[in-house]
Design a protein around this ligand. Structure first.
Ligand SMILES: Nc1ncnc2c1ncn2[C@@H]1O[C@H](COP(=O)(O)OP(=O)(O)OP(=O)(O)O)[C@@H](O)[C@H]1O
Length: 589
């Protein structure tokens, strides 16, 4: 259904910097800082390159000319060179990492902001733990790419080019011997780089999978423990980790082989130069200082080639990570705001109309509801009843556009809901879910979730209206009581009343109530009942009904069977139709 859901399994693009090029607009605001960082990087690299040349004079002053004064001066010069290098390194590292931290935080925030706006359809396709893992590890990889990779690439390239030039200047023949190994190293880098990227992609995928699994188990902790499936969950997680270790070890093997091969080739060349240079020194054609300086330049170049090869591998990893991040960012929400949204009339009446609505979750699946026509006047309470799987929840989810209808249309006060901005539409609808979800934080924060700018008096009024004040007032910390993750520190009935208070504060014209199936203890039940009764007063309400008391109170009952409306009426008229579905359902209660 969602592009990205499928794209995750599609073949990754081969070597391509395109995913990274998309970072450029994010980098642009920091271009001055980055340019200054680059200048200091060049200064630090230049100081590094000057060092062997200074050393050459130092060694020759000591060993050839035996000049103490020159030796002292050159040593002081050397200290100055290192001081300049250290200062330049400091400025460069500071400017670069402070910029990249901000760039990646910006990208993380943007990815989160994008994901949280995607319709529930996307989240039914993906595990949330997998998404959080992407946010942390893939963006982490991009962070290291920006902070160390770019600077290392520039530094090592400067060392490579500068070192090579200095080698030529210092001794031409030795240079030719050294450079003979370059094609070998580049060849190895390309060969290993490719398989490293593949291996890294599967490691990242396995991490995301394992994290998704852990997240799911933690989220369903009660179910896991009540079925005493801890050992099985641990085994599943362990199995997924073993797969991860398998691919990670494969990656390490490739990496280790790569480093060893490249290292051997590079240092083999150094040995060859030592031998050739030593021969020239013996023949008196070269001073010891020049040979040592040359060796330093050769080591610079070798180290640079080695680093560049590693960087090439990291680059492949980062391209994989960037590709996955862009995939997430490119996922188009299946429910979108209209180009030119209409505004709702004020005051809103809250008249809702389903006109011949049909819906399927996936294009390849059959309709789960069809031919639904339903008119709800202002303030009318309509109860949906039907067997499990009849389509009640589906109908209720279409109204706030968690999904869009596949056929027909739904109107609010006569306007097609697809012509309204999502904010406007959802702002007009209050939802009381079957299992209310609270956020970790205080009761006050949870009620104010509906309107963070609400005043103290408004919050208290909402809590009172929801009959939540009765228990809040008795708590030592009152509204400031912390509710624990998902509200676990409150009872089911208290959670429900806080959730109802939230809807009171929102003050919507339309309410969707997904009635709890399990009953609460009598006192809680009484409070919740009273709270709901007050909430529905004067608001158009769609109830996914499970209880007789609710159905009795409804102005109209809609009986659904296999996604179609089969009966409509009040409780009384429907029970009278003896062979009707409702009468049979009622008899079974
Ligand atoms: N996200 C989904 N993807 C695919 N099919 C779904 C999805 N959600 C529900 N369905 C299917 O749609 C049909 C209607 O489900 P729905 O949840 O609307 O029924 P319901 O009447 O609310 O049931 P219950 O009373 O058990 O909650 C079912 O056959 C269900 O399998």
């Amino acid at each position: 259904m969602n592009g990205a859901g499928e794209a995750d399994h599609s073949p990754r693009p081969r070597f391509s910097a395109k995913p990274l090029a998309r970072l450029l607009p994010l980098v642009r605001p920091y271009r001055t800082r980055l340019a200054v960082a680059f200048v200091f990087l060049v200064i630090a690299a230049a100081a590094g390159l000057v060092f062997p040349a200074v050393m050459r004079y130092l060694l020759d002053a000591a060993f050839e000319q035996k000049d103490k004064l020159a030796l002292d001066r050159i040593a002081i010069g050397l200290v100055l060179v290192f001081a300049v290098q250290a200062a330049a390194n400091f400025v460069q590292v500071y400017l670069l990492s402070s910029s990249t931290e901000r760039i990646v935080a910006g990208l993380r925030a943007r990815t989160f902001a994008h994901l949280i706006r995607l319709s529930p359809a996307f989240f039914t396709e993906r595990r949330t733990g997998e998404l959080t893992s992407r946010l942390s590890s893939d963006l982490g990889l991009m962070q290291s790419l920006l902070s160390t990779w770019v600077s290392e690439l520039s530094r090592q390239s400067l060392f490579l080019i500068g070192g090579a030039v200095m080698m030529f200047v210092t001794n031409f023949r030795l240079t030719i011997t050294t450079l003979a190994v370059v094609p070998l190293v580049v060849g190895a880098a390309i060969f290993f780089g490719r398989s490293l990227r593949k291996a890294s992609t599967s490691v990242q995928d396995r991490i995301a999978e394992a994290m998704g699994m852990a997240d799911e188990s933690f989220g369903a902790i009660r179910t896991v423990q009540s079925f005493t499936r801890e050992a099985e969950e641990t085994r599943r997680f362990g199995a997924s980790l073993r797969e991860l270790v398998g691919v990670a070890v494969h990656r390490s093997r490739t990496r280790a082989l790569f480093f060893s091969v490249v290292g051997f080739v590079a240092f083999g060349a150094v040995a060859a130069v030592l031998w050739q240079g030593g021969t020239q020194v013996l023949a008196g054609k070269l001073t010891a200082g020049t040979l040592v300086a040359f060796l330093f330049y050769a080591l610079f170049v070798a180290a640079a080639v080695g680093s560049l090869a590693t960087l090439f591998g990291n680059f492949q990893e980062a391209v994989g990570a960037a590709t996955r991040v862009w995939e997430l960012l490119d996922t188009k929400p299946s429910v979108r705001d209209p180009e030119v949204p209409l505004s709702l009339p004020a005051p809103l009446r809250g008249a809702v109309c389903f006109e011949n609505v049909a819906f399927r979750y996936m294009p390849q699946q059959p309709d789960v509801i069809s031919g639904i026509s339903l008119e709800m006047g202002q303030g009318e309470v309509v109860a949906l009843v039907g067997r499990s799987g009849a389509g009640k929840t589906t109908i209720a989810s279409l109204l706030p556009r968690f999904w869009d209808v596949t056929q027909g249309r739904i109107t609010l006060d006569g306007l097609d809901i697809r012509d309204l901005a999502l904010d406007t539409l959802r702002g007009a609808i209050g939802i009381v879910p079957q299992e209310p979800v609270l956020f970790s934080g205080t009761i006050r924060e949870n009620i104010a979730y509906a309107n963070p700018r609400a005043s103290e008096a408004e919050i208290v009024r909402a809590a009172q209206a929801a009959h939540a004040w009765e228990f809040i007032a008795k708590l030592p910390d009152g509204l400031e009581t912390r509710v624990g993750e998902r509200g676990v520190k409150l009872s089911g009935g208290q959670r429900q009343r806080v959730a109802i208070a939230r809807v009171f504060l929102k003050n919507p014209a339309v309410v969707i109530l997904d009635e709890a199936t399990s009953s609460l203890d009598t006192e809680s039940e009484r409070y919740v009942e009273a709270a709901l009764e007050d909430l529905l007063e004067g608001r158009t309400t769609l109830i996914i009904a499970h209880r007789l008391s609710t159905v009795r109170r409804a102005d109209r009952v809609i009986v659904l069977d296999a996604g179609r409306i089969v009966e409509t009426g009040t409780h009384e008229t429907l029970v009278d139709q003896e062979d009707g579905l409702y009468a049979r359902l009622y008899a079974a209660i």
